[in-house]
Design a protein around this ligand. Structure first.
Ligand SMILES: [Zn+2]
Length: 67
Protein backbone atom coordinates (compact mmCIF):
# COMPACT_ATOMS: atom_id res chain seq x y z
CA UNK A 1 0.00 0.00 0.00
CA UNK A 2 1.60 3.24 -1.12
CA UNK A 3 0.08 6.45 0.08
CA UNK A 4 1.12 10.04 -0.30
CA UNK A 5 2.89 11.59 2.63
CA UNK A 6 0.90 14.46 4.05
CA UNK A 7 2.35 17.46 5.77
CA UNK A 8 1.22 17.68 9.35
CA UNK A 9 1.23 20.36 12.01
CA UNK A 10 1.39 18.90 15.46
CA UNK A 11 0.37 20.32 18.77
CA UNK A 12 2.07 19.51 22.05
CA UNK A 13 0.59 16.05 22.28
CA UNK A 14 1.86 14.13 19.30
CA UNK A 15 -0.42 11.17 19.62
CA UNK A 16 -3.57 11.69 17.56
CA UNK A 17 -3.96 10.82 13.89
CA UNK A 18 -5.71 13.67 12.03
CA UNK A 19 -7.08 11.22 9.45
CA UNK A 20 -8.82 8.64 11.63
CA UNK A 21 -8.57 9.95 15.17
CA UNK A 22 -6.43 7.10 16.51
CA UNK A 23 -4.96 8.33 19.80
CA UNK A 24 -2.14 5.97 20.71
CA UNK A 25 0.66 7.57 18.73
CA UNK A 26 2.50 6.77 15.54
CA UNK A 27 4.96 4.35 14.09
CA UNK A 28 8.04 6.03 12.73
CA UNK A 29 9.81 5.59 9.45
CA UNK A 30 12.70 7.43 7.87
CA UNK A 31 13.32 8.84 4.44
CA UNK A 32 16.93 9.51 3.59
CA UNK A 33 17.77 12.04 0.90
CA UNK A 34 21.03 13.79 0.20
CA UNK A 35 22.43 13.00 3.63
CA UNK A 36 19.40 14.35 5.44
CA UNK A 37 16.97 12.11 7.24
CA UNK A 38 13.28 12.98 7.33
CA UNK A 39 11.21 11.38 10.03
CA UNK A 40 7.90 10.08 8.72
CA UNK A 41 5.04 9.30 11.09
CA UNK A 42 2.74 6.41 10.18
CA UNK A 43 -0.63 5.86 11.79
CA UNK A 44 -0.84 2.25 13.01
CA UNK A 45 -4.58 2.15 12.40
CA UNK A 46 -5.23 3.77 9.02
CA UNK A 47 -1.59 3.74 7.76
CA UNK A 48 -1.70 7.38 6.74
CA UNK A 49 1.79 8.86 6.46
CA UNK A 50 2.71 12.26 7.78
CA UNK A 51 5.73 14.48 7.43
CA UNK A 52 6.05 16.77 10.45
CA UNK A 53 9.02 18.52 8.88
CA UNK A 54 11.57 17.02 11.26
CA UNK A 55 14.96 16.62 9.72
CA UNK A 56 18.20 15.22 11.06
CA UNK A 57 21.67 15.55 9.61
CA UNK A 58 25.00 13.92 10.23
CA UNK A 59 23.73 10.86 12.03
CA UNK A 60 26.34 8.26 12.83
CA UNK A 61 26.13 4.78 11.39
CA UNK A 62 23.98 5.72 8.40
CA UNK A 63 25.53 4.57 5.18
CA UNK A 64 24.56 5.43 1.67
CA UNK A 65 22.74 2.65 -0.11
CA UNK A 66 23.80 1.72 -3.57
CA UNK A 67 26.75 3.67 -4.88
ZN1 LIG B 1 -4.99 7.13 11.33
Amino acid sequence: MKKDIQKIDLDESIDTCPSCGYTDGFHTSFKIQEGTINIILICPQCHARFDPGWEMEKLPRVRKLGH
